[in-house]
Ligand binder design. Structure first.
Ligand code: HEM
Length: 456
């Protein structure tokens, strides 16, 4: 029986009774899709091929000698948890629509991809998601990218070694168009943070029974069907057993100094003093820096970062409708939109992103997020989130404003904020906070099955 991607029950991947098709699926799926792979140190290589046979041989070589399957990754995580041994590095591959063409697939063939957004490529979608014009993107992204190669590990050594090997195998005909380096950042509690200093990566759609079982779920069910991230791989030997995932990559620069000034000015404008001041930033993100959801508590603190909450009963007087996590996951509807985020921060910091030092000590450029997410549909997940929710000042209620973190487009609507947590009184209408995240380039890829890559 083909794998039922719409089954609501999380996958018991190591159950003895797992059927042959699901096993084959896991043996042919890239890691980091169903479950996040460690990528504390990350190299992202953007490649252009220019020769069908050499391009194919290059990818086949990586797939057969350097990539593990999703199942192997899950076994490694299990073995690591029981103290047995450390895992191996992650190597992942994504191919753009132009890449498929350059690997010898016809225009007709590429139409087999059901996702029109993938078939367009990111450059053609600029108008839809209010991205900057392509001429303003960094040079590498202005070019025609054929493939992305992701190399990640907990330590820098294995990433360097694999990167050297892979670049050494790059054929004469191919070009390395660009490279990004990701580097995880953590707060004193050990949680991963992004450059504005907030815990990131906590809320994810979960697909595997062991991960779902560990989560409290009184309010929010973190279990999602595989269809949120998997589709049959149209060019694999057996698309019913061999799956892939649409990968969105966006380099998002963060102006940390400006964001910190905005937090300060908003706290001043709302008259927030002392221990109440961090609520200004929490109203923009929807969580406090330590990850505490603003809809649950007026102040940060109180143990492990919770994800077991909804916004039910919150009319915007606790967490504004515009708060980033509320805009991008309203939780009472639109579950099918949630994607598996697998990004990583980039750029060196000389300051400590998790402390309270003033805005002037913060970087205004050269740092940000390599936003990456796996989707079953770029149209209905990533682009829907960006266009219909984040960029829309009237979602979820009229005149709530853009997503203050990632919203793009003119911010002409005036907005209000609750003055006291949980009380109806709102501030006087004010101009929306300025945009502090700038898209520097990106592309849409398909992360094909290992079966496809090994057969190239
Ligand atoms: C959650 C920051 C870009 C979608 C979060 C969280 C933070 C954050 C701090 C809370 C942690 C968590 O709940 O896991 C940022 C920053 C970004 C960025 C600084 C850019 C530099 C994006 C983009 C999208 C997005 C481009 C999609 C279009 C989401 C989603 C969640 C989230 C879906 C989880 C919401 C939930 O399920 O509660 N982000 N983010 N983010 N972000 Fe972003």
């Amino acid at each position: 029986m083909p794998v039922d991607l719409h089954n609501e029950r999380p996958l018991a991947w190591d159950s003895a009774t797992l059927d042959a098709d699901t096993k084959a699926m896991l043996d042919n799926l890239q890691p980091n899709i169903l479950r996040a792979h460690v990528r504390e140190h990350l190299s992202v290589l953007f490649v252009r091929f220019n020769d069908v046979a050499e391009g194919r041989a290059f990818l086949r070589g990586i797939a057969t000698t350097k990539m593990k399957s999703a199942r192997r990754h899950l076994e490694e995580v299990r073995d690591f948890a029981t103290g047995r041994r450390r895992g191996t590095p992650y190597v992942g591959i994504g191919i753009s629509k132009a890449g498929y063409r350059d690997l010898g697939h016809s225009v007709e063939d590429v139409r087999k991809f059901g996702d029109p957004v993938f078939r367009d490529g990111m450059k053609r979608r600029v108008g839809v998601v209010a991205d900057p014009p392509v001429e303003q993107w960094e040079r590498a992204y202005q070019r025609e990218i054929h493939a992305v190669i992701l190399i990640g590990d907990a330590d820098p050594g294995p990433v360097e070694r694999l990167r050297e090997e892979i670049l050494g195998d790059l054929p004469e005909s191919a070009r390395l168009l660009g490279e990004e380096r990701g580097q995880g950042m953590r707060n004193p509690a050990g949680d991963g943070i992004e450059h504005f200093g907030y815990v990131d990566g906590r809320s994810q759609p979960l697909f595997l029974k062991d991960e779902v079982d560990r989560e409290p779920k009184k309010h929010w069910d973190p279990a999602f069907p595989l269809a949120s991230v998997l589709v049959p791989d149209p060019f694999a030997p057996n698309p019913l057993r061999h799956h892939g995932s649409y990968l969105v990559f966006r380099k998002l620069e963060q102006n940390v100094r400006a964001f910190k000034e905005i937090e300060r000015d908003l706290a001043d404008a709302l008259g927030l003093a002392g221990a109440d001041r961090p609520r200004a930033g929490a109203m923009l993100v929807g969580r406090f820096k330590d990850g505490t959801p603003l809809t649950v508590k007026p102040k940060a603190g109180g143990g492990p970062v919770s994800n077991d909450f909804t916004f039910d009963g919150d009319d915007g007087s606790r967490c504004p409708f515009s708060g980033h996590v509320r805009k991008t996951n309203p939780r009472s509807f639109g579950r099918e939109v949630l994607m598996a985020r697998r990004g990583q921060t980039y750029g060196e910091r000389t300051d400590d992103p998790s402390d309270d030092s003033p805005p002037e000590n913060r970087p205004s450029a050269e740092v940000g997020l390599l936003f990456m997410a796996f989707n079953g549909s770029l149209l209905d997940q990533f682009e829907f989130t960006q266009q219909t929710w984040a960029d829309n000042p009237d979602f979820e209620v009229p005149a709530t404003g853009h997503d203050p973190v990632i919203g793009q487009g003119d911010r002409d609507v005036k907005v209000t904020f609750p003055k006291v947590w949980g009380e109806p009184e709102q501030s006087v209408p004010q101009t929306q906070v300025a945009q502090t995240v700038t898209m520097k380039g990106g592309e849409y890829f398909f992360a094909p099955s290992l079966a496809y890559l090994r057969n190239l």
